[in-house]
Write a protein that binds this ligand. Structure first.
Ligand SMILES: *Cc1c(COP(=O)(O)O)cnc(C)c1O
Length: 463
């Protein structure tokens, strides 16, 4: 499928609006009280208190009329639903993986995969951690080790592929622990925690060669594979004339299996899957899924959810769709750059990441600058964002200390097909306004800390 490259002055969204959801405006006084009640954690706000919601791109996409029509074709049989076979065929067609097991969302698939492949004491190298992924690796007895290139930890580096793996770091791990202790390398496409940064096909191919030699699998966290493919097309030599669909297929072909949160790229509000090429892994996983998710032909989803996912996957690899999706993020990022707001460069695929260390240089990392900035942005305009810094990083399981990540970020995550360019203008104005009065923002103290994935439910108080 060749892309329809038009000569255009500017682009517009490749869809039009058929139904609208009214949004809620609030007063500054209401927002001040709301964030206080929410313990300065944007995850604890009610959605009614939010004007423009950039908390996450997870499960927040607008489905198409075709997906909604697909919902009416839900085959809600307990076993062997038609929608499962449609989903399986779609995954085989666009991603190329052989065996498919649905899951209620990404972490459901991560749980099953970690339990099947990881033995206590194993090492799981990956291109930067992801919160739920690392937790499931740890719960299965493994230990995550970061092997992403150093540039990924530097918000100022403009390396075009900050999602790349540093093969020397992987080689050192193989030398130290032996390849038998490394069941797989976990490779995320469009690395979330690095700012939505892509891995190149050249790097992935080199990793494939290395892992083949050492009999180590590659498991693909393919949550944002289409966005990564788009960046390959734009930035990597030799891919300008390839379609996103072709590049997606090529990425998947270099890996042995995948976990997917379909709530992101695949344009559904709930769903995910595990896909593998190896029959033995599939058989074990399809047995375990019965324990945690549901029968292997529904994995915690309704038939209609699987139908919407199958259609969403097809739409997600369309060139025009992905260009508008990433284009909207770029539009917002460029507005902030014009006003010298410090953001992670290059602009990533699913959101803008404000560098809270440079935005609030008067705060120490243990005063939770990104958490404080997300709260201040909400109070300014009702725009909801989230922290990706020390709170998200959690604590070292062995020592109990905070992890102190290099990156202390506020993520402005853009939902797919939901907001217009005018919404992005409002967001940019609010960020710039808060940037002007940044010196008045004080740090926070954590007053409640949950044991797992603390960023979701922790509570804070101003210092
Ligand atoms: C969201 C996400 C997950 C987990 O998926 P859920 O559907 O939220 O359970 C895993 N990996 C990455 C990179 C993600 O962004």
């Amino acid at each position: 499928m060749k892309s329809k490259e038009l000569v255009q002055r500017s682009w517009a969204e490749p869809y039009k609006i058929k139904m609208v959801e009214l949004v809620h405006m609030t007063t500054a006084a209401e927002r001040k009280k709301a964030i206080e009640d929410a313990g300065y954690n944007t995850f604890l706000l009610r959605s009614k208190q939010v004007y423009i919601d950039l908390l996450t791109d997870s499960g927040t996409s607008a489905m198409s009329d075709r997906q909604w029509a697909g919902m009416m074709l839900g085959d809600e049989s307990y076993a062997g639903s038609e929608n499962f076979y449609h989903l399986e065929a779609t995954i085989r067609k666009y991603y190329g993986y052989k065996y498919v097991i649905p899951a209620h969302q990404g972490r459901g698939a991560e749980n099953i995969l970690s339990k099947v492949l990881i033995k206590p004491g194993d090492i799981i190298p990956g291109n930067m951690y992801f919160t739920t992924t690392r937790l499931h690796q740890e719960l299965a007895g493994g230990r995550f080790v970061d092997i992403i290139i150093d540039e990924a930890h530097d918000p100022l580096s403009e390396h075009p592929f900050k999602g790349n793996v540093d093969l020397k770091k992987l080689e050192a791990l193989v030398k130290e622990y032996g390849s038998k202790k490394i069941p797989y390398v976990c490779i995320a496409t469009s690395v979330n925690m690095a700012g939505g940064q892509p891995i190149s096909l050249q790097n992935l191919r080199a990793l494939r060669d290395f892992t083949k030699k050492h009999k180590i699998k590659i498991i693909h966290d393919m949550t944002r594979v289409a966005e990564n493919a788009y960046f390959i097309r734009m930035k990597e030599k030799g891919y300008k004339n390839k379609s996103v669909r072709e590049i997606v297929h090529e990425i998947c072909s270099l890996t042995d299996g995948a976990t997917m949160s379909a709530k992101k790229d695949a344009l559904v509000n709930i769903g995910g899957f595990l896909a593998v090429n190896d029959k033995k892994t599939y058989e074990e996983a399809s047995n375990l899924v019965v324990v945690y998710e549901g029968l292997h032909t529904y994995g915690g989803l309704a038939g209609r959810d699987m139908e919407a996912m199958a259609i969403g996957i097809t739409e997600s690899v369309d060139d025009d769709h992905i260009r508008a999706r990433v284009g909207q993020v770029e539009y917002l990022g460029n507005k902030l750059l014009e006003k010298k707001v410090p953001i992670v460069l290059p602009i990533g695929g699913h959101g803008i990441f404000i560098d809270a260390k440079r935005f609030l240089p008067h705060l120490k990392q243990k005063q939770f600058p990104a958490q404080a900035l997300a709260a201040a942005l909400y109070v300014d305009s009702g725009v909801r964002t989230m922290e990706r810094g020390i709170v998200s990083a959690g604590r070292n399981a062995d020592t109990g200390d905070h992890y102190y990540p290099e990156l202390e970020l506020v993520r402005l995550t853009v939902p797919r097909r939901v907001y217009t360019q005018a919404h992005m203008d409002v967001v940019a104005e609010s960020v710039v306004e808060v940037f002007k009065k940044r010196k008045s923002i004080s740090g926070l103290k954590m007053i409640f800390e949950p044991k797992y994935l603390r960023f979701f439910q922790a509570r804070f108080k101003p210092l």
